[in-house]
Design a protein around this ligand. Structure first.
Ligand code: HEM
Length: 461
């Protein structure tokens, strides 16, 4: 026990710089990872009450240090007790603002608009065609993110317990009513109870994330990699939070953007039966089993094991598999992170994913007949070079070979939209089993910036 406490104290004193940030909101670098989450998409009526609303929200916002302190206490508790410390529960909140919302709150809207222009060149609605949000994924079908809905802020609440989430939501309801804030859409989401950590097609999610330099510990035996997480390459923090070194040149950001992060939210409805039927049909065509075919489309088995030979579930690349024999070049995880490159570093075009499934009953039961999907959330500092790049230049681009020898792969079978993927020599035509039913781009501002906006003070440039 004394040894454990000693180790704990030692680790606290050697923390990486960003681990203790009280400026960066909690879900950006540290990740909420709670079983129950709620996303509230809201619209302000008037700047004055909206600033009061923001001031009240500041009392709820949790920062990186809060999340990390809790997680550390939890790990310590688990080490001491030999099981999860049951009494240790938390409810966390983050607030993001759309560019329209920031301009509405700013006392200097023209300057603010100008500061945002390089980082938010267009809304998710304006980027719809490029992102493949067409047909039944077009903005006309979105529950949030259309221009006419004027979403100004998104409140994310995450908790270990549904009843705690409910009580926080009741307080938020009250604040909204008092201050003329309208809820455009509320999404209840959370871990699948029947298959924790798995998305609705049945595959384990949340395995591969970039490591973040100055936030995660570096492995002394393998510089450039995160300690204790083999295969996790450390990426400069400026790729995810404004104001820090990046991996490639970026437009400069106004001072008030420092410690803020761009948040992409996409409500992706999954047609699970359609996907399963297509997997079965393709398996039959190529003479394999549906289990194998499904794994080849994702690049991992349902339990998360990669198809690529690896000692650890994230410690691999595709350098020894240029023809996609082991992991098809069209597989979802290869199209969205080709890992080994000849012309780029594996530290570019990365995103931090914070998605969580939606579409379970009130008590967490799987509503087989109801609508199900993923609230996909990603953080980055360049839409063009990160989220949109992955979505468009890789996943949706039939000619992107994903580290293969150059033969066209077709589009990503999960998010590439209508199209075809070449898997095991066969051309598989994919209908669209993931439909976009809401999308927006927002900024998760630093706590200082939220304070300035709430106080109606000028933003430093
Ligand atoms: C309903 C839609 C989606 C489903 C069902 C899905 C499913 C999965 C699964 C099962 C994994 C493997 C687990 C892991 O490596 O962490 C994964 C990884 C990944 N997904 Fe998705 N995903 C979806 C949407 C997206 C979108 C919209 C993007 C970005 C444009 C994306 C980007 C990624 C990335 C970057 C990885 C990690 C790849 C790696 O580093 O090896 N996914 N996804």
């Amino acid at each position: 026990m004394t040894d454990l406490l000693h180790l704990h104290a030692e680790r606290r004193s050697a923390r990486p710089l960003l681990r203790g940030s009280r400026e960066i909101q909690g879900n950006v670098l540290a990740a909420f990872n709670k079983d129950h989450q709620r996303f509230r998409f809201v619209r302000f009526t008037d700047a004055k009450p909206a600033r009061t609303w923001l001031a009240a929200m500041l009392g709820h916002v949790d920062v990186t240090a809060d999340i990390e302190d809790f997680n550390e206490a939890f790990s310590l508790g688990r080490a001491v007790l030999g099981e999860d410390p049951a009494g240790l529960k938390a409810t966390w909140t983050n607030v993001s603002l759309t560019p329209e919302g920031i301009v509405a709150l700013s006392i200097n809207p023209d300057a603010t608009r100008q500061d945002l222009r390089d980082h938010f060149p267009r809304t998710a609605e304006q980027a719809a065609d490029a992102n493949g949000d067409t047909g039944d994924s077009a903005p006309a079908h979105w529950l949030f993110g259309r221009t006419d809905q004027h979403v100004h802020a998104v409140v994310t609440v995450a908790s270990d317990a549904e009843d705690r989430l409910d009580s926080t939501t009741r307080i938020l309801d009250l604040l909204d009513t008092l201050l003329g804030v309208t809820v455009v859409h509320e999404e209840r989401a959370g871990t699948r109870r029947d298959q924790r950590g798995h998305e609705h097609f049945g595959y384990k999610d949340g395995i591969s994330q970039p490591g973040v330099r100055y936030f995660h510990d570096e492995d002394p035996d393998q510089p450039g990699h995160r300690r204790g997480h083999p295969g996790q390459v450390l990426v400069n923090p400026g790729e995810f939070v404004f104001g820090y070194p990046t991996e490639s040149a970026r437009p400069s950001a106004a001072a008030w953007l420092t410690d803020g992060s761009i948040q992409v939210i996409r409500r992706l409805t999954q047609d699970v039966d359609g996907w399963n039927r297509a997997v079965e049909a393709h398996a039959e065509r190529t003479g394999t089993t549906p289990v194998t075919m499904g794994a080849r489309l994702i690049g991992r088995h349902k339990d998360g094991r990669p198809l690529a030979a690896a000692k650890h579930d994230n410690d691999f690349d595709y350098a020894d598999d240029p023809d996609g024999d082991t992991t098809p070049c069209a597989a979802h995880i290869r199209k969205t992170n080709p890992r080994s490159f000849t012309y780029r570093t594996p530290r570019q075009h990365r995103i931090l994913r914070r998605g969580t499934p939606f579409g379970q009953g009130e008590n967490g039961e799987d509503t087989r007949d109801g609508e199900r999907g993923l609230v996909f959330v990603a953080h980055c500092t360049s839409l063009e070079d990160q989220f949109e790049f992955v979505q468009r230049a890789w996943a949706g681009n039939p000619d992107f070979a994903a580290g293969g020898r150059g033969a066209p792969t077709g589009t990503d079978p999960v998010i590439g939209g209508h199209g075809g993927a070449t898997v095991d020599g066969a051309r598989l035509t994919f209908a669209r089993f993931v439909r976009t039913t809401g999308a927006l781009y927002a900024l998760v501002p630093s706590v200082s910036t939220l304070r300035l906006l709430a106080a109606g003070r000028e933003l430093p440039r």
